[in-house]
Design a protein around this ligand. Structure first.
Ligand code: SF4
Length: 94
């Protein structure tokens, strides 16, 4: 398989405790049908077990220049794939 074109390889880190998604991210997820009104995530192809793990993960986003939840990264237009604990990121400005 040819390697996907990407600008950054962003390390995924685990974080203790419950992570909260910012309100604007929740609104976006809801608008695109990836979160229901109760705030429950509905990501296609992601099992509840995976989702639980994803909720503990964060990345240092090189575009937004801040630490964000992996969930937010996963639904970002720059997200290409996840390979060996790293996100392949297109790196376009958001
Ligand atoms: S995919 Fe989006 S959120 Fe994730 S690191 Fe790249 S720009 Fe940041």
């Amino acid at each position: 398989m040819a390697e996907l074109e990407h600008k950054y390889e962003v390390e995924i880190n685990e974080k203790e405790g419950r992570q909260k998604l910012p309100q604007n991210v929740k609104d976006e997820l809801k608008a695109s049908g990836m979160m229901d009104e109760k705030g429950k995530l509905k990501l296609k192809g992601v099992s509840p077990k995976m989702l639980k793990k994803m909720k503990q993960e964060v990345v240092d986003c090189p575009v937004l220049k801040e630490e964000i939840q992996f969930i937010q990264c996963f639904v970002c237009p720059n997200f290409q794939s996840r390979v060996m604990g790293k996100v392949l990121c297109k790196g376009d400005s958001l």
